[in-house]
Write a protein that binds this ligand. Sequence first.
Ligand code: AMP
Length: 187
Amino acid sequence: MARICVFCGSSSGTDPKYIESAEELGRKLVEQGYGLVYGGASIGTMGAVADAVLSAGGEVVGVIPQSIADMEVAHTGLSKLEVVADMHQRKARMMQLSDGFISMPGGLGTLEELFEVLTWAQLGLHKKPSALLNLDGYYDSLLEFLDNARDQGFAKQAHIDTLAVSPTVEAILPALMAAPKAQVAKV
Ligand code: AMP
């Protein structure tokens, strides 16, 4: 089965729309025949997307280090929970198990995961697509920053373009599938 990795918050955000959009994405994944790979937590928008996939009868694989399992309250009802040694293995395994990546609104951990999959793509280490859910402009300032990095000569537009951006959950899977591959060498 094709699986999509979702990066999102271990927090719920201040507005209910964040949990609601995580639930909507979970339902969409199942509707379109995708399994979910994520960080294995039961809290925040991470827990919400996993619960929505499970409620809709879909498959969820969580990947979590033992040291984080208590802090993020590892989800006990997943199709499969893989307990790994550390954060590096967590990301490597999530990447291995997935056919594409969606980043939802989230915090520092979400940003770290988003940029790792993008930077690995620009180095040619994988060819899997990435998409960003820019819900109500949540990531506008990040996208402006990327334009600045390009203008200052530190990032190539072709690499920035590998991140498909969608303002809605409705449009994000088509955007992910249409995301351009990194064709240009980093250096
Ligand atoms: P946050 O967006 O900060 O709520 O974090 C979302 C998820 O990213 C949580 O499962 C964090 O454990 C995870 N995370 C935080 N830092 C990192 C990191 N350096 N590498 C990989 N995952 C991380």
